[in-house]
Design a protein around this ligand. Structure first.
Ligand code: HGY
Ligand code: MN
Ligand code: MN
Length: 410
């Protein structure tokens, strides 16, 4: 019989609200971009909660932070966690729920004097969002070893400063080594950030994998000129190609193989003045697809389109890849276990892919990994209106508790 232990939902919800106020914006939402003073304040709060539990805390050279609760053995730990950095104007649940639910699980085990064979660890990874410093999942890529530390440290962000400079500015460059972590298994609880669970009235998403991700940045150089005196036939206007690419990307999603998603999320025109034809345009294209081959084709088609149209407009163009993740399938041993726990708790559940990228997809490179989703109200995320019902948060955290217990005692 599974222990009837349950998490303390009130404490978890209170901690989510407390953390959600750090970097909170007057109009609502949270801004704790990676390695900012707001991120540091969030880290300090989570470290305090880890210290209160007496966890053995390590911080590695990129600021990835892990708190370990001793087990009865010295075997490698079962880990949970996520991220506490947010996008600008994000919600209080994205990433934060996975970290705070992990801490809540450990607090609950302490209260019930429950020991586990394997140690249990809860982690938060630096810069999961990638919004300030690409790629996303940067911290877990360095933690797991796919991205080397020096490359990550040298990364220049959207404001022209490096990861190293900002990591030092918040003094969170730890001493623990990066790469090849000793983790037995990993489970991440996360909000779905999409509409499916709510639309189908399902409480728990059993995440089978994560779709592929490809981020490309384009830089176009044209000729700035007077908006009133320059005949249309003489213009070399990079903003026109930005617009054409936005329409191209939307059209691509209508007929491309697989479920193709495309987003032009960041556009910077210079000098960005009402009466000046732009000199340069920098913009990004975020492509996603569960089919890796189709995703590569979409990327190439987009690059070909931009270069072809640039020639027609008399622009020079440069591009670079900012992030690339092939589709990932989670370990069936972990997926099946999560499904069994959700079902045995009488919770409606459904197997599904993840639309968003997550640290779990990187941890899956070094150990069996899986994810638990809970519904997002209106499917909204990366938005101050992001919300998940308290009951669903409690259900998700209890599934996490029992799935971790089973993995740690198997
Ligand atoms: O981009 C993503 O999917 C994640 O939010 N970092
Ligand atoms: Mn997230
Ligand atoms: Mn996110």
């Amino acid at each position: 019989m599974r222990p009837q232990v349950s998490i303390n939902a009130d404490r978890l919800l209170a901690n989510l609200r407390t953390l959600g106020q750090i970097g909170g914006r007057p109009g609502g939402g949270v801004s704790r971009l990676a390695l900012t003073p707001q991120d540091l304040a969030g880290r300090r709060q989570v470290l305090r909660w880890m210290e209160e539990l007496g966890l053995e805390i390590t911080i590695d050279a990129l600021g990835n932070t892990v708190g370990v609760r001793k087990g009865l053995s010295e075997l490698s730990p079962v880990m949970t966690g996520s991220h506490i950095d947010t996008v600008d104007g994000g919600g209080i649940y994205d990433g934060n729920l996975g970290v705070l639910a992990g801490i809540e699980v450990l607090a609950t085990l302490d209260e019930h004097n429950i020991s586990t064979k394997r140690p249990l660890a809860v982690a938060f990874f630096t810069n999961e969002e990638g919004a300030r410093f690409a790629p996303d999942m940067m911290g877990s890529l360095v933690f797991e070893g796919s991205l080397d530390l020096e490359t990550a440290l040298a990364t220049v962000g959207i404001d022209g400063t490096t990861v190293a400079q900002n990591l030092d500015a918040i003094d969170m460059r730890g001493t623990a080594p990066c790469g090849k972590p000793d983790v037995h298994a990993f489970i991440e609880l996360h909000i779905e950030q999409g509409p499916r669970l709510e639309r189908e009235g399902i409480t728990i998403g059993i995440v089978e994998g994560v779709q592929g991700i490809c981020w490309t940045e384009f830089e176009l150089d044209g000729v700035s000129n007077h908006a009133g005196t320059t005949p249309m036939s003489l213009r070399h206007d990079p903003s026109v190609l930005v617009g054409e690419t936005i329409v191209f990307a939307r059209e691509l999603t209508k007929h491309h193989p697989g479920v193709q998603l495309a987003t032009v999320g960041s556009v910077t025109l210079k000098p960005n003045l009402v009466n000046v034809i732009p000199r340069t345009a920098r913009f990004t294209v975020d492509l996603r697809n569960t089919d890796g081959v189709a995703l590569d084709q979409a990327e190439q088609a987009t690059i070909d389109f931009v270069y072809r149209q640039a020639r027609a407009e008399g622009l020079t163009v440069r591009h670079r890849n900012l992030a690339r993740f092939a589709p990932v399938a989670f370990a069936s041993s972990v997926v099946d276990r999560i499904e069994a726990v959700a079902t045995s708790h009488g919770l409606s559940n459904i197997r599904m892919p993840s639309g968003a990228g997550h640290d779990a997809q990187v941890l899956a490179r070094c150990c069996p990994a899986g994810m638990i989703f809970v519904p997002s109200l209106g499917g909204i995320s990366h938005n101050p209106r992001e919300h998940t019902d308290a009951r669903d948060i409690e259900s998700g955290a209890n599934v996490l508790l029992h799935a971790l217990l089973e993995l740690a005692n198997a």
